[in-house]
Design a protein around this ligand. Structure first.
Ligand code: NDP
Length: 453
């Protein structure tokens, strides 16, 4: 098997090499997953729940190791990486309740009754992007396993290390061989094979809208179930009646967290014109205070971008004549650094305003009134996330209902909670992850009639 090198984005030095799976290894992993699924689905619900809790406990005792791997392999700040490893544990614990709650219905019908069962779909292919290697891996993996499926996961080639380690922890915790496999390799080879293989019955894909569209077309050829979590261009809408200090203080974290490599990034700040000047003053000091630097330092808030190629892509949105209002700092020297950057004023034809930058670049655009704010927010093919800042409860609800997006926060900049459904409108995706209904996406409803007459 050939190998590839994982680089530390903060130093540009190699971290380690990883064996690269090809189509043959993928087929072999799928065959193991098919066999393992027969036994896994038959494990008594309470025993499957207990195994998932042991898996969560194994993650819990390795949080520091997993966080260090994510710092080295993905450039995530240590505090963030530690939170992410804890999040994997929490998601496993949350879905460890699923096996004992896969409850069907009893439906009275003439001549008998019908009962429904939630049957696992079989083998699930999980395709994970590089931006949040641990959380996104857990969102598909935990409910899929809990519902009696086996999982073959393909981490992003840039960031495979934590998923590999988590799969080892699953084995150490007692999950049977073949139930959870992680196959590092190319998207066009391993990912494509998961999509094309008839024995993979569901794909969970998170990544770009372009590749997501191809994945959906591939799944269509097999009538394969698919969940898509794709790109975003979310709005952070600040009304004049809001707590402006709080809105401005959190706005950098709504877009520059994970160096802006976040599908939920509120990368368009829309501000009511009457408070624009004051908001910009507040935003400037907040942006300049973002601690950018060595991700291994506990106080760091923002690390580097993932790769040289990605930094070049992000930089293309800030050409020499870009309307830069102000910027934060970034280290010199090795590492794929890019400073937090605020562009203003920006028109609706500007690429950084219309396209997903996936880096620490935000645009600020004024609006006149509520209708104007909603129209601007919705003027995008995406619809994943967003925030609304206002002290008027009625307005908060009206605007929440009017903005075409899957996950909104009122007077808050945060997005994802594992207790609630997550996913996008429009080109941001298809289906929902997380929340109490996530296992539905990993089971088929079987309906059985029992004659009583
Ligand atoms: P990509 O779409 O390039 O890649 C995502 C994953 O798909 C990677 O594992 C990649 O493998 C794999 N892949 C690539 N080509 C294929 C193929 N032909 N068939 C199957 N799999 C394939 O996205 P990025 O990794 O660049 O991630 C960034 C994007 O993800 C952004 O657009 C962002 O908005 C989106 N995203 C969406 C989220 C959401 O929840 N809605 C969350 C996080 C990110 P390889 O590593 O080899 O390239």
């Amino acid at each position: 098997m050939s190998e590839f090198t994982v680089l530390n984005p903060a130093t540009e030095r190699p971290v380690t090499t990883v064996a690269e799976a090809g189509a043959e290894e993928t087929d072999a992993a799928i065959a193991r997953a098919v066999t393992a699924q027969q036994a896994w689905r038959a494990v008594a619900p309470g025993d499957r729940a207990a195994l998932l809790r042991r898996f969560a406990a194994a993650v819990d005792t390795h949080i520091s190791e997993l966080a260090d791997l994510e710092v080295a392999g993905s450039g995530h700040p240590l505090g963030q990486a530690t939170w992410e490893a804890g999040h994997v544990r929490d998601v496993l614990l949350y879905y460890s309740a699923t096996p004992e709650r896969l409850i069907g219905k009893q439906i009275p019908v003439p001549g008998g009754l019908n009962v429904t069962f939630h049957e696992p779909v079989g083998v699930v292919g999980l395709i994970v992007p590089w931006n949040f290697p641990m959380p996104i891996f857990s969102w598909g993996m935990a409910p899929a396993l809990a519902s009696g499926n086996t999982v073959v996961a393909k981490p992003a080639q840039l960031t495979p290390l934590t998923a590999i380690r988590i799969a080892e922890l699953a084995l150490e915790a007692g999950l049977p061989e073949g139930v959870l496999q992680v196959l590092p390799g190319r998207g066009s080879v391993v990912g494509q094979r998961l999509v094309d293989h008839p024995q993979v019955r569901k794909i969970v894909f998170t990544g770009s809208t372009e590749v997501g569209s191809e994945v959906m077309a591939g799944c269509a050829r097999h009538i394969k179930r698919v969940t898509l979590e794709l790109g975003g261009k979310s709005a952070n809408i600040v009304f004049a009646d809001s707590d402006l200090e709080r809105a401005a203080a959190t706005a950098p974290y709504a877009v520059f967290d994970n160096a802006g490599q976040d599908c939920c990034a509120r990368s368009r700040i829309l501000v009511q014109r009457s408070v624009l000047d004051r908001f910009m003053e507040l935003l400037e000091s907040a942006v300049k205070n973002v601690a950018v630097g060595d991700p291994a330092e506990p106080g760091t808030e923002m690390g580097p971008l993932i790769s040289a190629a990605h930094r070049q892509h992000v930089a293309s949105y800030v050409p020499g004549d870009a309307p830069v209002a102000f910027r934060g700092s970034a280290p010199d020297g090795p590492g794929f650094w890019f400073p937090p950057t605020v562009l203003a004023p920006v028109g609706a034809d500007y690429p950084a305003y219309t396209e997903e930058v996936f880096g620490p670049v935000v645009t600020v655009t004024p609006f006149e009134d509520e209708a104007d704010a909603v129209a601007i927010a919705n003027d995008t093919p995406y619809g994943l996330s967003g925030s609304i800042w206002t002290s008027d409860v009625g307005r908060a609800i009206r605007v929440s209902r009017a903005v075409e997006t899957g996950t909104l926060s009122v007077n808050s900049h945060s997005s994802v909670r594992y207790w609630t459904p997550f996913g996008g409108f429009k080109q941001s995706g298809l289906g929902r992850e997380l929340g109490p209904d996530a296992p539905d996406a990993f089971t088929e409803t079987k309906n059985v009639f029992i004659a009583t007459d």
